[in-house]
Write a protein that binds this ligand. Structure first.
Ligand SMILES: Nc1ncnc2c1ncn2[C@@H]1O[C@H](COP(=O)(O)OP(=O)(O)OP(=O)(O)O)[C@@H](O)[C@H]1O
Ligand SMILES: [Mg+2]
Length: 247
């Protein structure tokens, strides 16, 4: 069977036989009106991501990498095609239901951080935990561990505008991992960091991945890409053919 073009029902059936699949995309497209025509940011994207994958998405600026990551992160509803996340048919869910799935399972590092300006570092890190069934009393221990791990304890009462770009990026990564999500989506997570800090983030991702967390990162860095098990290249919204031999 040509699984790349499996029908929705057969793909759903196949899901039952392959519970190890976390993400299954079929013919996903995203376009914007451009004068009288349309500009396609994603073209017929079909992709399977098993649980435990560490996947890198690369490609030139404007290729559609952030668009794909936002679509996977369920931030965006203006796309067509099919998206299964575990047993959820995301393409059939309304925005509220998508938010529930996202809050339960996904940590997202935005290319431009998107920290909440009116909340301190500590409060920003508490937000993902507030979406889960983590009791208020248990939250502080978890947040303090993460502050410690990222060596930002001294910054916990500051607001994002009082941090450097690199520090905001560290907080953004900390926020993505604080609630131990099943999936981490990271858009250029080390773009503003010193190479040693970048290495530490990649080592952290490697460790989380070894513990079963699925990671999908977008990067322009070959060093960061070398931490992953698979590299996909996007160009003009299309996934390029994967190499048949590793390396
Ligand atoms: N709201 C929008 N309206 C029109 N075009 C858009 C919109 N958002 C994104 N695009 C276009 O979609 C394309 C893909 O953008 P995207 O942000 O996904 O690129 P990228 O691969 O992440 O690039 P970079 O490496 O620079 O971050 C770009 O050509 C961009 O101009
Ligand atoms: Mg981008």
């Amino acid at each position: 069977m040509n699984t790349t073009h499996a029908s929705p029902s057969s793909a759903a059936d196949r899901y039952g036989a392959e519970p190890a699949t976390l993400i299954r995309l079929r013919d996903v497209e995203k376009s914007f009106a451009q004068g009288h025509s349309r500009f396609y940011a994603l073209r017929r994207v079909s992709l399977d991501v098993p649980q435990g994958e560490f996947l890198t998405i690369m490609g030139p600026s404007g290729a559609g990498k952030s668009t794909l990551l936002h679509m996977l992160g369920m931030h965006d509803s203006g796309w067509t095609g099919e998206y299964w996340f575990l047993e959820h048919e995301v393409h059939r869910l309304d925005p509220k239901a998508r938010a529930r799935v996202r809050n339960a399972h996904i940590g997202f590092v935005f290319q431009s951080y998107h920290l909440l300006d009116d909340l301190t570092v500590y409060e920003n890190l508490e937000v993902p935990l507030s979406y889960r069934d983590v009791k208020k009393s248990a939250r502080s221990g978890i947040v303090c561990d993460v502050l410690d791990r990222f060596q930002i304890v001294g910054k916990k009462d500051l607001y994002p505008r009082q941090l450097s770009g690199g520090q905001q990026q560290l907080v953004a990564v900390a926020r993505a991992v604080v609630a131990s999500p099943k999936l981490i989506l990271a858009d250029e997570p080390t773009g503003n960091l010193h190479s040693e800090q970048a290495r530490e983030i990649m080592e952290l991702f490697k460790e989380l991945n070894a513990g079963g967390t699925t990671i999908i990162q977008v990067t322009h860095s070959d060093v960061n890409a070398s931490y992953s098990r698979r590299v996909l290249t996007l160009k003009d919204g299309w996934i390029q053919a994967e190499p048949t031999t590793p390396g």
